[in-house]
Write a protein that binds this ligand. Structure first.
Ligand code: SF4
Ligand code: SF4
Length: 89
């Protein structure tokens, strides 16, 4: 077997790209914020984000606010309620 470590995290959907109206993060009214003190690094949020807007850095989820649409799916899927939605400024 070759080294498969670089394939450890493979996005479940296509990587986000700008749409006809620009980067989709501009559509957002509420944004998800991760409480890393609560996060167990289960990566359910990364798996379920329909936009592919969550990446994994140093084994923890990081939200890409340029593309996150604020749908709240990650909030619903987090088993320990480590993500909450806050209103955009
Ligand atoms: S709010 Fe929606 S688009 Fe944004 S990170 Fe969560 S699941 Fe992805
Ligand atoms: S679903 Fe919640 S606990 Fe799991 S990685 Fe995401 S923020 Fe952390």
């Amino acid at each position: 077997m070759g080294d498969r470590s670089k394939y450890r995290y493979i996005a479940p959907v296509a990587l986000p790209t700008p749409g006809a109206l620009g980067k989709t993060g501009a559509w957002r009214v509420l944004k998800p914020v991760i409480d890393y003190d609560r996060c167990t690094k289960c990566l359910f949020c990364w798996l379920y984000c329909p936009e592919g807007s969550i990446t994994v850095e140093e084994e923890r989820p990081v939200i890409d606010y340029e593309y996150c649409k604020g749908c709240g799916v990650c909030v619903n899927e987090c088993p320990v309620k480590a993500i909450r939605m806050v209103r955009e400024e």
